[in-house]
Design a protein around this ligand. Structure first.
Ligand code: CA
Length: 223
Protein backbone atom coordinates (compact mmCIF):
# COMPACT_ATOMS: atom_id res chain seq x y z
CA UNK A 1 0.00 0.00 0.00
CA UNK A 2 1.14 3.51 -0.58
CA UNK A 3 0.21 7.06 0.13
CA UNK A 4 0.12 10.00 -2.19
CA UNK A 5 0.20 13.62 -1.19
CA UNK A 6 -0.81 16.59 -3.24
CA UNK A 7 -1.26 20.07 -1.85
CA UNK A 8 -4.65 21.70 -1.55
CA UNK A 9 -5.09 24.16 -4.33
CA UNK A 10 -6.74 27.15 -5.83
CA UNK A 11 -10.04 28.04 -7.36
CA UNK A 12 -10.25 27.98 -11.15
CA UNK A 13 -9.77 25.42 -13.87
CA UNK A 14 -6.87 27.20 -15.56
CA UNK A 15 -3.47 25.52 -15.48
CA UNK A 16 -1.85 28.49 -13.77
CA UNK A 17 -4.08 28.29 -10.68
CA UNK A 18 -3.86 24.49 -10.53
CA UNK A 19 -0.15 24.93 -9.91
CA UNK A 20 -0.64 25.37 -6.18
CA UNK A 21 -1.92 21.77 -5.99
CA UNK A 22 1.29 20.19 -7.18
CA UNK A 23 4.53 19.13 -5.56
CA UNK A 24 6.44 20.53 -8.52
CA UNK A 25 7.70 23.91 -7.48
CA UNK A 26 8.08 25.13 -11.01
CA UNK A 27 4.86 26.58 -12.35
CA UNK A 28 6.05 26.44 -15.94
CA UNK A 29 6.98 22.74 -15.60
CA UNK A 30 3.58 21.92 -14.11
CA UNK A 31 1.81 23.84 -16.87
CA UNK A 32 3.88 21.94 -19.43
CA UNK A 33 2.79 18.61 -17.90
CA UNK A 34 -0.85 19.69 -17.94
CA UNK A 35 -0.76 21.00 -21.51
CA UNK A 36 1.41 18.24 -23.00
CA UNK A 37 0.03 15.16 -21.25
CA UNK A 38 -2.86 15.66 -18.82
CA UNK A 39 -5.33 17.86 -20.69
CA UNK A 40 -4.99 16.01 -24.05
CA UNK A 41 -5.89 12.73 -22.29
CA UNK A 42 -8.63 14.14 -20.08
CA UNK A 43 -12.02 12.60 -20.91
CA UNK A 44 -14.68 15.20 -21.87
CA UNK A 45 -16.82 14.32 -18.84
CA UNK A 46 -13.91 14.85 -16.42
CA UNK A 47 -13.08 18.16 -18.07
CA UNK A 48 -16.72 19.21 -17.79
CA UNK A 49 -16.83 18.31 -14.09
CA UNK A 50 -13.47 19.95 -13.36
CA UNK A 51 -14.60 23.21 -14.96
CA UNK A 52 -18.00 23.04 -13.20
CA UNK A 53 -16.29 22.33 -9.85
CA UNK A 54 -14.08 25.40 -10.31
CA UNK A 55 -17.21 27.57 -9.94
CA UNK A 56 -17.85 26.18 -6.43
CA UNK A 57 -16.84 28.47 -3.58
CA UNK A 58 -14.85 25.61 -2.03
CA UNK A 59 -13.29 24.49 -5.30
CA UNK A 60 -9.86 24.20 -3.65
CA UNK A 61 -11.04 20.93 -2.07
CA UNK A 62 -11.13 19.20 -5.44
CA UNK A 63 -8.31 16.89 -6.52
CA UNK A 64 -6.17 18.03 -9.45
CA UNK A 65 -6.43 16.64 -13.01
CA UNK A 66 -2.95 15.09 -13.02
CA UNK A 67 -3.67 13.47 -9.67
CA UNK A 68 -6.91 11.80 -10.74
CA UNK A 69 -5.26 10.51 -13.93
CA UNK A 70 -2.50 8.96 -11.81
CA UNK A 71 -5.12 7.39 -9.53
CA UNK A 72 -6.95 6.06 -12.60
CA UNK A 73 -3.74 4.45 -13.84
CA UNK A 74 -3.10 2.82 -10.45
CA UNK A 75 -6.71 1.63 -10.22
CA UNK A 76 -6.37 -0.09 -13.61
CA UNK A 77 -2.94 -1.56 -12.80
CA UNK A 78 -4.36 -3.08 -9.60
CA UNK A 79 -7.21 -4.69 -11.56
CA UNK A 80 -9.55 -2.93 -9.15
CA UNK A 81 -13.08 -4.29 -8.85
CA UNK A 82 -14.03 -2.69 -5.54
CA UNK A 83 -13.01 0.76 -4.35
CA UNK A 84 -13.75 3.13 -1.47
CA UNK A 85 -13.63 6.90 -1.50
CA UNK A 86 -13.72 8.91 1.73
CA UNK A 87 -14.63 12.52 0.97
CA UNK A 88 -16.56 13.13 -2.26
CA UNK A 89 -17.30 16.89 -2.57
CA UNK A 90 -18.50 17.39 -6.20
CA UNK A 91 -17.37 13.89 -7.21
CA UNK A 92 -14.43 14.78 -9.46
CA UNK A 93 -12.09 12.03 -8.23
CA UNK A 94 -15.14 9.77 -7.82
CA UNK A 95 -15.92 10.13 -11.54
CA UNK A 96 -12.26 9.46 -12.41
CA UNK A 97 -12.35 6.30 -10.29
CA UNK A 98 -15.68 5.16 -11.73
CA UNK A 99 -14.27 5.61 -15.26
CA UNK A 100 -11.22 3.50 -14.38
CA UNK A 101 -13.28 0.64 -12.91
CA UNK A 102 -14.60 -2.19 -15.09
CA UNK A 103 -18.31 -2.10 -15.93
CA UNK A 104 -19.12 -4.45 -13.04
CA UNK A 105 -16.82 -2.56 -10.64
CA UNK A 106 -18.19 -0.76 -7.60
CA UNK A 107 -17.07 2.22 -5.56
CA UNK A 108 -18.46 3.01 -2.13
CA UNK A 109 -18.40 6.80 -1.83
CA UNK A 110 -18.69 8.34 1.65
CA UNK A 111 -19.40 11.96 2.54
CA UNK A 112 -21.31 13.81 5.26
CA UNK A 113 -23.38 15.46 2.54
CA UNK A 114 -24.16 14.78 -1.09
CA UNK A 115 -25.29 18.34 -1.78
CA UNK A 116 -22.30 19.36 -3.92
CA UNK A 117 -22.32 15.98 -5.68
CA UNK A 118 -26.03 16.17 -6.47
CA UNK A 119 -25.71 19.74 -7.74
CA UNK A 120 -22.53 19.43 -9.79
CA UNK A 121 -21.14 15.91 -10.14
CA UNK A 122 -24.14 13.63 -10.36
CA UNK A 123 -25.52 14.91 -13.71
CA UNK A 124 -22.09 14.51 -15.34
CA UNK A 125 -21.66 11.04 -13.84
CA UNK A 126 -25.09 9.98 -15.11
CA UNK A 127 -24.30 11.31 -18.58
CA UNK A 128 -20.94 9.50 -18.56
CA UNK A 129 -22.78 6.21 -18.01
CA UNK A 130 -20.92 5.19 -14.84
CA UNK A 131 -23.47 6.08 -12.14
CA UNK A 132 -24.34 2.38 -11.69
CA UNK A 133 -20.85 1.76 -10.29
CA UNK A 134 -21.34 4.25 -7.44
CA UNK A 135 -22.74 3.32 -4.02
CA UNK A 136 -23.03 6.69 -2.22
CA UNK A 137 -23.32 6.50 1.57
CA UNK A 138 -24.14 9.71 3.41
CA UNK A 139 -22.76 10.06 6.90
CA UNK A 140 -19.67 10.62 9.01
CA UNK A 141 -16.98 8.41 7.54
CA UNK A 142 -15.97 6.66 10.77
CA UNK A 143 -19.35 5.06 11.55
CA UNK A 144 -19.90 4.27 7.87
CA UNK A 145 -16.49 2.55 7.67
CA UNK A 146 -17.17 0.72 10.94
CA UNK A 147 -20.43 -0.52 9.48
CA UNK A 148 -18.63 -1.64 6.33
CA UNK A 149 -16.03 -3.52 8.41
CA UNK A 150 -18.87 -5.24 10.30
CA UNK A 151 -20.66 -6.27 7.08
CA UNK A 152 -20.21 -9.90 6.08
CA UNK A 153 -17.66 -10.42 3.30
CA UNK A 154 -16.17 -6.94 3.31
CA UNK A 155 -12.86 -7.85 4.93
CA UNK A 156 -10.09 -7.71 2.28
CA UNK A 157 -12.76 -7.16 -0.38
CA UNK A 158 -11.48 -3.81 -1.60
CA UNK A 159 -8.56 -3.21 -3.96
CA UNK A 160 -8.26 0.55 -3.73
CA UNK A 161 -9.18 3.40 -1.40
CA UNK A 162 -8.79 7.15 -1.76
CA UNK A 163 -9.01 9.38 1.31
CA UNK A 164 -9.49 13.12 0.80
CA UNK A 165 -11.31 14.12 3.98
CA UNK A 166 -10.75 15.61 7.44
CA UNK A 167 -7.04 15.24 8.13
CA UNK A 168 -7.36 14.70 11.89
CA UNK A 169 -9.15 11.39 11.22
CA UNK A 170 -6.69 9.97 8.68
CA UNK A 171 -5.22 7.54 11.24
CA UNK A 172 -8.72 6.40 12.24
CA UNK A 173 -9.63 5.86 8.58
CA UNK A 174 -6.35 4.00 8.10
CA UNK A 175 -7.26 1.41 10.75
CA UNK A 176 -10.65 0.71 9.13
CA UNK A 177 -9.29 0.69 5.59
CA UNK A 178 -6.56 -1.80 6.50
CA UNK A 179 -9.36 -4.22 7.32
CA UNK A 180 -11.29 -3.49 4.12
CA UNK A 181 -8.43 -3.31 1.59
CA UNK A 182 -6.74 -6.54 0.57
CA UNK A 183 -3.02 -7.22 0.88
CA UNK A 184 -1.45 -5.84 -2.29
CA UNK A 185 -4.14 -3.19 -2.58
CA UNK A 186 -3.59 0.54 -2.42
CA UNK A 187 -4.75 3.22 0.00
CA UNK A 188 -4.09 6.73 -1.30
CA UNK A 189 -4.19 9.69 1.07
CA UNK A 190 -4.49 13.22 -0.28
CA UNK A 191 -2.75 16.24 1.21
CA UNK A 192 -0.09 14.45 3.25
CA UNK A 193 2.20 17.43 2.67
CA UNK A 194 0.53 20.50 4.09
CA UNK A 195 2.23 23.87 4.19
CA UNK A 196 1.33 25.69 7.42
CA UNK A 197 0.42 29.22 6.34
CA UNK A 198 -2.58 30.11 8.49
CA UNK A 199 -3.58 29.19 12.04
CA UNK A 200 -5.97 26.54 10.66
CA UNK A 201 -3.21 25.22 8.42
CA UNK A 202 -0.90 24.84 11.41
CA UNK A 203 -3.37 22.50 13.09
CA UNK A 204 -3.85 20.52 9.87
CA UNK A 205 -0.10 20.40 9.29
CA UNK A 206 0.41 19.01 12.80
CA UNK A 207 -2.17 16.28 12.18
CA UNK A 208 -0.56 15.54 8.82
CA UNK A 209 2.92 15.26 10.36
CA UNK A 210 1.56 12.85 12.96
CA UNK A 211 -0.07 10.81 10.19
CA UNK A 212 3.12 10.69 8.10
CA UNK A 213 5.16 9.59 11.12
CA UNK A 214 2.61 6.85 11.85
CA UNK A 215 2.74 5.65 8.22
CA UNK A 216 6.55 5.60 8.27
CA UNK A 217 6.41 3.44 11.43
CA UNK A 218 3.54 1.16 10.30
CA UNK A 219 4.96 -2.30 9.45
CA UNK A 220 1.66 -3.34 7.82
CA UNK A 221 2.10 -1.07 4.81
CA UNK A 222 4.61 0.04 2.22
CA UNK A 223 4.69 3.81 1.84
CA1 CA B 1 -7.66 17.36 -1.02
Amino acid sequence: MASTGVGEGNKTAAGSSLHSKTLLKSQSLYEYILESTVFPREPDCLRELRVATATHHMAGMAASPDEVQLLGLLIEMLGTKNAVEVGVFTGYSLLATALALPDDGKIVAIDVTRESYDQIGSPVTEKAGVAHKIDFRVGLALPVLDQMVAEEGNKDRFDFAFVDADKVNFLNYHERLLQLVRVGGLIAYDNTLWQPLSERDRALAAATREFNAAMAADPRVHV
